[in-house]
Write a protein that binds this ligand. Structure first.
Ligand SMILES: NC(=O)c1ccc[n+]([C@@H]2O[C@H](COP(=O)([O-])OP(=O)(O)OC[C@H]3O[C@@H](n4cnc5c(N)ncnc54)[C@H](OP(=O)(O)O)[C@@H]3O)[C@@H](O)[C@H]2O)c1
Length: 402
């Protein structure tokens, strides 16, 4: 008997990952039925998605976007349109959903991810920030409801695949690969002058602005270490970052006998996304070029330089401190990246903001969502103060240079 299609909800459907998830689902209507969508403020793209998939429930960030969406749709799809956090949560826990793709960027993805897990939904998790900021609470919710988390980040998908059928206690270390970002070759002095436009031009991956800046500062790797600790029950010192510029080994696991199992493929998010969507099955990914190892030729590995790129070191420190420190780190990073994208601070101010925020933070146990929200708000206030101070010097430097 043919399997019924999986009922799919995509949170962050207008983003890079969310759009790709819908593209993959749209190619296989025999496997997927899109029943819920949530996005922020991009009413134009969301209207196209709603018109195409006709989901039962849709949610947007605010009333203005809801009105704009309703106007574009003119009541043609029969979808119920909601707004704000309540709407987002309702979409995330939709009764009939089999799989929820969590692809909202940043801390905003935490509450709906938690809601989906509390409702027992299988979550394909792209929003690493929800684990970085809320790891203990998110994992407790998944355990309590029995919900599975399928990683979408290519590195975590690789680790997940390498661990299939293996025993956790036989892991020696995890090798987390990183492309190195666009500034790997720049000196510390040159890094002080890079602009947001340069940072947004990533050499191997096409991604949203926040993760692109995190990749350039290598903070993305730091966040991924914390994500991997929660997903695979590892300590931060069991995970080693390797700069691997070809980006074809997506990560690897070394076992106690010295064997290393790596997962390889072209650097294209459709690969880990398709894995999570079709899990536990596999399916061909239309249009995805196979990896040509002859063309790749050489595989290289370098140690990350924590002097020039302090962000991953700060993330490791926060992971070792534990408790609420990673939540504070996450908040500070979001504030710093937003300020950099607005041109208010320099690239090398990002780690300073995070470091000063962490220095002012007193780690406390993270037992519930309320505590996470408090820690996040207080770290944002602290990071905001550092931004204000550094923005003055940055404006002065820019004036001198012009
Ligand atoms: N891009 C990648 O290749 C990649 C790879 C691995 C992991 N990830 C992770 O996946 C997540 C998404 O990344 P991305 O690159 O897809 O980001 P993106 O392109 O910037 O998309 C972000 C999505 O989040 C939505 N959003 C933002 N704030 C929201 C809010 N308050 N309420 C509801 N929706 C909101 C945006 O909606 P609007 O645009 O409509 O405002 C958009 O749909 C991140 O956590 C990232 O670390 C991404």
């Amino acid at each position: 008997m043919a399997e019924r299609p999986k009922n799919l909800v995509v949170l962050g459907s207008t983003g890079t990952v969310g759009s790709l998830a819908l593209e993959l689902a749209g190619e296989r209507p025999d496997r997927f039925r899109v029943i819920g969508l949530a996005a922020g403020r991009n009413a134009g793209l969301l209207a196209e998605q709603v018109a195409h998939f006709r989901p039962r429930l849709v949610s947007v960030a605010d009333e203005g976007t809801r009105r704009a969406l309703e106007k574009r749709l003119g009541g043609r799809t029969g979808s119920r349109i909601l707004e704000g956090e309540a709407g987002l949560t309702e979409v995330a826990r939709l009764d009939e959903a089999d799989l929820v793709v969590s692809a909202i960027v940043g801390f905003a993805g935490l509450v709906p991810t938690l809601a989906a897990l509390q409702a027992g939904k299988t979550v394909a998790l792209a929003c690493k920030e929800s684990l970085v900021a809320g790891g203990p609470v998110v994992m407790k919710a998944a355990k309590a409801s029995g919900a599975a988390i399928l990683p979408v980040d290519s590195e975590h998908s690789a680790i997940f695949q390498a661990l299939a059928g293996q025993r956790r206690q036989e892991i020696r270390r995890v090798i987390l690969t990183a492309s190195g970002g666009p500034f790997c070759h720049l000196s510390a002095e040159e890094l002080t002058r890079v602009t947001a436009t340069q940072a947004l031009a990533h050499p191997t991956w096409v991604m949203g602005p926040k993760i692109t800046i995190d990749s350039a500062s290598l903070m993305n790797k730091g966040l991924e270490v914390i994500e991997a600790c929660w997903l695979f029950d590892l300590g931060p010192d069991q995970i080693e970052m390797h700069i691997h510029r070809q980006s074809v080994i997506h990560s690897a696991v070394e076992f106690i006998d010295g064997s290393i199992l790596a997962q390889m493929g072209v650097p294209d998010m459709r690969l880990p996304l398709a894995f999570a969507l079709h899990y536990p099955r596999r399916a061909p990914v239309p249009g995805l070029e196979p990896l040509d190892l002859f063309q790749v030729g050489r595989l290289t590995f370098e140690r990350p330089d924590f002097e020039r790129f302090p962000c991953p070191g700060l993330a490791l420190e926060a992971a070792r401190s534990g408790q609420s420190a990673p939540a504070a780190l996450n908040a500070a990073d979001e504030v710093a990246v937003a300020a950099f994208l607005e041109g208010r601070i320099g690239f090398t101010d990002i780690p300073t903001i995070i470091q000063e925020t962490l220095a002012a933070h007193r780690p406390r146990p993270l037992d519930d969502l309320e505590t996470i929200l408090e820690v996040d708000a207080s770290a944002r206030r602290q990071a905001g103060l550092v931004v204000e101070r550094l923005a003055g010097s940055w404006a002065g430097l820019k004036e001198m240079a012009s």
